[in-house]
Write a protein that binds this ligand. Structure first.
Ligand code: DGL
Length: 281
């Protein structure tokens, strides 16, 4: 017979589920691997239904519910909604419906921005959905109501990042246009409120100038996940064999394309991804 202690041990070794609308959530995976390397990851990228940023709250909530069902079936011990749009639209509903911990990327990013701003002016860039939801502003104002939050949707950054144009005159030009309002508004902190934006971080940093602190919610989310797992006594204490064998990647379409993008971000070179039919969940 298994004791309660044994059960806990088995649960600790269970994977963490991470999902996104596509490849962008890999920037969060990268941080989780860096900060809590013992954790096994099951990733789902909704490559058939990307982008989420231009779809309605109802649609994104339905998609997110299906993905959470799939991840639950994989026996994950906790879930990270690595997509800003899904975190903005679906998380508050879904966290009421499931019995394992789930976190998004918005709250951790908002918390850090509220801590680091000195002049109380924070910019948020993200998809139309994330910026339109004003969710970063809501969370920041819960912490410090006096902070002014200015949002700017930057939809073209997603395809630019996916095309690998991380440092390119085209990206520079578009970034200058998108960011000019924020530069004029004298913000001192900028939240990269979309999974893809950390990939073009150096371009964004150069254009915003050194007085502006860039907040990468991916980094903060991995930190919060670690804290949560520690609190719930779910942190995996068993050292993982390094390599991708302990992690699993699923997508809803174009597994090969996902695989080569993922390998360029995660730098393991041996990752493989499997296609599943998410509409069955
Ligand atoms: N992953 C999405 C986000 O962070 C960006 C891409 C999309 O629009 O699906 O909001």
């Amino acid at each position: 017979m298994m004791s309660l202690g044994d059960d806990r041990e088995v649960l600790r070794e269970a994977p963490v589920g991470v999902f996104d609308s596509g490849v962008g959530g890999l920037t969060v995976v990268r941080e989780i691997m860096r900060q809590i390397p013992n954790e096994k990851i099951i990733y789902f990228g909704d490559t058939a239904r990307v982008p989420y940023g231009s779809k309605s709250k109802e649609t994104i909530t339905r998609y997110s519910r299906q993905i959470v069902r799939f991840l639950r079936e994989q026996k994950v011990k906790a879930i990270v909604a690595a997509c800003n749009t899904a975190s903005a639209y679906a998380l508050s509903e879904i966290e009421k419906e499931i019995d394992i911990p789930i976190i998004g990327v918005v709250k951790p990013g908002a918390k850090v921005a509220a801590e680091v701003t000195r002049n109380g002016r924070v910019g948020v860039i993200g998809t139309e959905g994330t910026v339109g939801s004003r969710i970063y502003s809501t969370y920041i104002k819960e912490i410090k109501p006096e902070i002014q939050v200015l949002g700017k949707a930057c939809p073209l950054f997603v395809p630019l990042a996916e095309e690998g144009l991380w440092q390119d005159p085209v990206t520079d030009e578009i970034a200058k246009r998108y960011l000019s309002e924020l530069i004029e508004s004298d913000i001192d902190t900028l939240i990269l409120g979309c999974t893809h934006y950390p990939l073009i971080r150096s371009t964004l940093g150069r254009i915003m100038g050194e007085k502006v602190t860039l907040v990468n919610p991916a980094y903060e989310t991995a930190r919060e996940l670690r804290e949560l797992l520690e609190q719930e006594q779910l942190l995996n204490r068993k050292k993982q064999e390094l390599g991708m064998n302990c992690h699993r990647f699923y997508v809803s379409d174009m597994a090969d394309k996902f695989q080569s993008f993922a390998n360029s971000i995660l730098k393991y070179g041996i990752l493989s991804a499997k296609k599943i039919d998410i509409e069955n969940y």
